[in-house]
Ligand binder design. Structure first.
Ligand code: CAA
Ligand code: NAD
Length: 302
């Protein structure tokens, strides 16, 4: 009874130990903002080389944030960066650290089979109070959670790229998610300095349900030869006030991720024309031109 009391009381306490699995564009950003807001973070990926690269990108991003936050205070800026970095531990072996976690955020490749394998493995090793969350862009949270025995402690925690700058987090509950879990995810998002919104477990949640069809329409416009990539992007920036044009944004999101989202939805909703495959997109991905992260997509990057 005593241990039950302690585990309940620690669950009520704020989320302290966070594991982020996947250290790509999103996982690195999530780890960064969690560390900045005083969480202890374990960042996981498949190889040490990937983790080294991720830590470099986190350091660079922290440097950009610090420069703004501590304009005439080089020492303060330096401390901000080193303190945040010191709260992140990296590993390729999540089992070794998952026993300590309060929250696990998954940000690996957008593939249901790979996500299932990860969650079923870690479910067995994580403490019973730990909450599991997926940062998926397009897969049903309920389907991801189905392989675990903690559906009541499972939800969607959908961040936006670039995580250090984008204020929104979509918090998604499935029918089994308890109020306690949902509140903890909502509270955690606020602790990270984000603005959470609630959404049911529907395809694309709020933002991607609107954004992905728009990105696809822009790609089709390019495919039809209606306008050049540059002119489509200039038009949406200057004519609709978007910070990035749609093709620039697809490059920023990653063309592989964009394709995973579209292919998954096309398979599920074959009658919805906007989710039909795009030749240009398929071709760029086949040639490993995945956008900004690989140096080339619709555009070239240094
Ligand atoms: N980390 C830290 N700081 C960063 C940063 C990063 N990763 N990226 C940019 N910054 C900083 C820059 O240093 C710069 O700081 P200063 O003001 O001190 O110069 C500032 O942010 C502005 O950056 P830039 O001048 O380079 O560029 P910008 O003004 O165009 O802003 C942007 C960059 C915020 C990314 C903006 O272009 C933007 O909002 N783009 C749209 C992003 C978007 O729509 N994201 C959602 C994608 S969809 C998604 O994420 C969901 C999904 O499931 C696919
Ligand atoms: P990414 O390709 O940049 O990174 C994915 C990382 O996961 C890679 O470093 C890869 O090595 C790692 N990984 C793959 N399988 C793994 C495993 N089994 N164990 C540990 N690590 C593994 O992808 P990303 O853009 O960061 O996307 C990650 C997730 O976030 C996807 O579900 C995606 O749909 C979602 N998402 C992406 C964006 C975006 O704009 N890119 C925005 C919101 C959500």
């Amino acid at each position: 009874a005593l241990s039950a009391f302690f585990s309940t009381s620690s669950r009520r306490g704020a989320i302290k130990n966070v594991m982020v699995v996947g250290s790509g564009l999103m996982g690195a950003g999530i780890a960064q903002v969690a560390a900045v807001t005083n969480h202890q973070v374990t960042l996981v990926d498949q190889t040490n080389a990937i983790l080294t690269k991720s830590m470099r990108s986190i350091e660079k991003s922290l440097g950009r944030v610090a420069k703004k936050k501590f304009q005439d205070d080089a020492e303060g800026a330096n401390k901000f960066v080193t303190d945040a970095l010191s709260r992140i531990t990296v590993t390729t072996e999540p089992h070794s650290a998952v026993g300590e976690v309060d929250l696990l955020v998954e940000a690996i490749v957008e593939n249901i089979r790979v996500k299932h394998k990860l969650f079923s493995d870690l479910d067995k090793a994580a403490p019973s109070h730990a909450i599991f969350a997926s940062n998926t862009s397009s897969l049903p949270i309920g389907e991801i959670a189905s392989v675990t025995n903690r559906k009541d402690r499972f939800g969607g925690l959908h961040f936006f790229n670039p995580v250090p700058l984008m204020k929104l987090v979509e918090v998604i509950r499935i029918s089994e998610t308890t109020d306690e879990t949902f509140d903890a995810l909502f509270q955690f998002s606020k602790e990270l300095g984000k603005v959470p919104v609630a959404c049911r477990d529907t395809p694309g949640f709020i933002v991607n349900r609107l954004l992905v069809p728009y990105l696809l329409e822009a790609i089709r416009m390019l495919e039809r030869g209606d306008a050049s990539a540059k002119d489509i992007d200039t038009a949406m920036k200057l004519g609709a006030g978007y910070p990035m044009g749609p093709l620039e944004l697809a490059d920023y999101v990653g063309l592989d991720t964009t394709k995973f989202i579209i292919d998954g939805w096309h398979e599920k909703y074959p009658d919805v024309q906007v989710f039909n495959p795009s030749e240009i997109l398929n071709d760029l991905v086949a040639r490993e031109k995945l956008g900004k992260k690989t140096g080339e997509g619709f555009y070239k990057y240094d």
